[in-house]
Design a protein around this ligand. Structure first.
Ligand code: BES
Ligand code: MN
Ligand code: MN
Length: 461
């Protein structure tokens, strides 16, 4: 295990206290806990000297806002993060309870890692910013204005944040948005996310007979909604694993060969990838590499499918209904509303006789890309270079943070995605964890960003 300074021990204890609050935004049963987490964030901002903090209620979960403004002539950095977490299910697959954080060592993390839901996504990564602020403030090194906006609905689509941002453009005015809610290539090879995919999340229901039927009395003569749903889902990809929805690729921005060559230079081992998730072969769209498939190409996946009898033993039944949750990851310049409509029209059009099909749209968001020649990106580059000793690689990410393109749209400000997570952190999965190395390296790297950003800004003027 890593030897920690007195301060580091305290940061770790505080982070673990935070992780004990089960702030699951998706489940109404946890509503009070989500509010408690907001209060915890608010208190911790206040304790480290944020001059002004507030908890702003929304029709959903509250937003925590804090600011420490020094001088309006100095640049302003807005830190965004989320204190809500994904549901811990399936709980039986956790080796230790998801809301009883524990430090354990692993082969990748001989220094130790904290295991808990939200350890990385995003309580751990967001908390690094609060501690970095504490350090900069205590050492008198904070040379700019800082604002924090920490929300509680990221994992459920940030439904109420857009209105808040639109109504508070002056309050949130800033020069750059800083976010740690993504990953890097490895502990040795830092990277900075230069992109995120968009998302369009749908739910479909196939309805057959008006009640569940005896499959002996009716089977053979009635369309079975589950059979039909599976056939329909199968048709959504062709044999080259391309998505068959008409118009789906119309606005997809293809990368130039130069950009693809640059991407291919990032260190990556297909064998390690395969081993790390226990599969025997990768599968994806023809003509694209593994890394391209999971970052710069759009996808369509079923997230859940249900209907009929799934209890103990056997029940002979033709179900009345079958359901599936289907999401599409999108790339520039796909419009998630448009894609939702294309999906909906197509899915209804392929419904065979004997069933009716309903399609419902859940949340969504646009993809995002950021240039590498901005001052803020250069500052992030220098920061990682300082603490890791090697230059970070710009890399497109496959996940989504819909609020990031929204910030660009509404505030006209780009975000810098300074993530310190690893793919192996198991975010959204059982046994989520975040390395002490990553946590403390993040706390060390963030102040370097401020230092370089302020310096570069001064040089510019
Ligand atoms: N922090 C993740 C997104 C992420 C993780 C991006 C790793 C890049 C690398 C975020 O909390 C998340 O899970 N986003 C959701 C989207 C949201 C609308 C539910 C996602 O990507 O599924
Ligand atoms: Mn996150
Ligand atoms: Mn997440």
């Amino acid at each position: 295990m890593m030897t920690l300074t007195t301060d580091q021990k305290r940061y770790l204890e505080e982070w673990m206290t935070f992780l004990k609050i089960p702030s699951v935004s998706a489940d109404p049963a946890y509503k009070d806990e989500v509010t408690k987490a907001a209060e915890w964030v608010n208190d911790s901002l206040r304790k480290v000297g944020c001059a002004h903090t507030e908890i702003i209620p929304t029709a959903g979960h509250p937003i925590v806002y804090g600011e420490y403004l020094i001088n309006e002539d100095l640049p302003t950095v807005l830190v965004y993060g989320h204190y809500d977490v994904q549901p811990p299910d399936p709980i039986e697959l956790w080796d230790s309870p998801p809301f009883e954080p524990i430090v354990k060592t692993t082969s990748l993390h001989p220094e130790g890692a904290v295991f808990a839901r939200g350890a990385c996504d995003d309580k751990g990564q967001m908390f690094m910013h609060i501690k970095a602020f504490e350090i900069m403030k205590n050492e008198g090194k904070l040379g700019c204005n800082i604002k924090f906006m920490i929300e509680g609905e990221e994992e459920v689509g940030s439904d109420h944040l857009e209105a808040f941002v639109k109504n508070n453009t002056t309050k949130l005015a800033c020069d750059v948005i800083l976010i740690s809610d993504t990953g890097m290539i490895s502990k040795e090879q830092p990277s900075i996310s230069t992109g995120l995919r968009g998302l369009s999340y749908m739910e479909v229901t196939v309805t057959g007979p008006n009640r569940d039927l005896h499959s002996g009395l009716y089977g053979g003569a009635v369309a079975n909604p589950i059979n039909v749903l599976c056939e329909m889902i199968t048709q959504l990809h062709d044999d080259q694993k391309r998505i068959t929805i008409p118009g789906f690729y119309n606005t997809v921005k293809e990368l130039s060969q130069t950009e693809r060559d640059a991407m291919a230079k990032a260190p990556f081992s297909l064998n390690e990838f395969i081993d790390s998730i226990g599969i025997n072969e990768v599968v994806g769209e023809e003509g694209f590499s593994n890394e391209e498939r999971r970052t710069i190409r759009p996808t369509l996946d079923v997230n859940g499918i249900w209907g009929g009898y799934t209890g103990e033993g056997a029940k002979t039944v033709i179900p009345s209904k079958a359901h599936a949750k289907i999401s599409m990851r999108l790339v520039p310049d796909q419009d998630w509303n448009q894609i939702g409509k294309l999906f909906s029209n197509h899915f209804k059009s392929i419904a065979p006789k004997g069933v009716t099909v309903e399609v419902q749209t859940h949340h969504g968001g646009f993809a995002y890309v950021t240039p590498t020649d901005s001052l803020a990106y250069q500052a992030a580059h220098q920061a990682y270079l300082d603490t890791f000793g090697i230059p970070p690689i710009p890399s497109r990410g496959g996940g989504s943070i819909p609020i990031v393109p929204m910030f660009e749209n509404v505030l006209g400000v780009k975000s810098i995605l300074m993530g310190f997570g690893l793919d192996s952190d198991a975010i959204h999965s059982p046994n989520e964890h975040y390395g002490l190395f990553n946590f403390f390296r993040g706390i060390e790297t963030i102040p370097k960003f401020y230092e370089h950003y302020i310096k570069l800004r001064k040089e510019q003027t």
